[in-house]
Design a binder for this molecule. Structure first.
Ligand code: CO8
Length: 263
């Protein structure tokens, strides 16, 4: 995997993808979106990776949006291609089986906020700023922001952010449910890794089932969602992890999960 616009590392079951165009505040160009898609495929193919973290290079930005230099050159068809490429990568991100945390370490604007919205949850440094400023460019969000933001924080809050294009602080983002935790800048990655490590130690089958059923369940009525939960529960019961988890509790020891289904 040759990466020019991203950094990739993996250690102790935790992979980190770092957006790495600091001179452009990690803006998303077409090449970066292609590499993101490739890197996500590589993470999905690696059974040893149990949690993924996304963050940005440098101290100023997570991602300051789509690359406006590229956007400015696009006609309608090229714009459609660019949006489709971005949505392909971002949909892939949202459908990852493993938990994904966005570690937002500065500006998360436009496509940057939209990437964070497709992660399972967001931790942010206190200097982080979130916004969907596309309206200021005569555009609307094109990487799912109109849909995911309103589902997460409510329609009225999403409309205010999208209609004004204003930026909100990490603390305001936490108050509206966009961010789970705000940390000092120097502590962000340590806090994210602490949570990632806690999740990586859990059973992979149960984590995957929980993620799938939560994501699918919010799209349907409560009764259907609860039926899906019963199936997810049954799937977990068929796993070695459930046997190990319950046995370890009874034997008063720490469970060691393998993530395999019983043969
Ligand atoms: N694209 C390209 N370059 C960028 C971007 C960007 N989005 N953001 C910053 N840069 C570049 C600047 O041009 C500058 O480059 P240079 O040093 O060569 O002049 C460098 O990064 C540093 O930026 P600034 O000097 O502007 O730094 P400031 O601290 O003064 O300001 C801001 C930081 C507030 C983040 C400012 O740079 C800014 O407003 N950036 C643009 C933010 C924005 O509008 N983002 C939304 C883009 S649109 C989008 O994301 C749509 C997604 C869906 C697309 C659908 C497909 C069609």
């Amino acid at each position: 995997m040759e990466l020019k616009n991203l950094l990739f590392s993996a250690e102790a079951g935790i992979a980190t993808i770092t957006f790495n165009r600091p001179k452009s505040l990690n803006a998303l160009n077409g090449d970066l979106l292609g590499e993101l898609s490739q890197a996500l495929d590589a993470v999905s193919a690696d059974e040893n990776i149990r949690v993924l973290i996304l963050t940005g290079s440098g101290e100023k930005a997570f991602v300051a949006g789509a690359d406006i230099n590229e956007l400015a050159q696009c006609n309608a068809l090229q714009g459609k291609w660019f949006a489709a490429k971005g949505q392909n990568a971002i949909n892939k991100l949202q459908s990852m089986d493993i938990p994904v945390i966005a570690a937002v370490n500065g500006y998360a604007l436009g496509g940057g906020s939209e990437i964070a919205l497709a992660c399972d949850f967001v931790y942010a440094s206190e200097n982080a700023l979130f916004g969907l400023p596309e309206i200021t460019l005569g555009l609307v969000p094109g990487f799912g922001g109109t849909q995911r933001l309103s589902r997460l924080v409510g329609i009225n809050m999403a409309k205010e952010m999208i209609f004004t294009g204003k930026m909100i602080s990490a603390q305001e983002a936490k108050e509206i449910g966009l961010v789970n935790k705000v940390t000092a800048s120097a502590d962000l990655m340590a806090e994210v890794k602490k949570t990632a490590t806690a999740m990586a130690a859990k059973g992979k089958v149960a984590l995957r089932a929980a993620k799938q059923v939560i994501n699918a369940g919010v799209q349907v009525d409560l009764a259907t969602g609860c039926k899906m939960e019963v199936d997810a529960f049954a799937l977990c019961m068929a796993s070695e992890d459930a046997k190990e988890g319950t046995t370890a509790f009874l034997e008063k020891r720490k469970a060691v999960f393998k993530g395999t289904l019983m043969g």
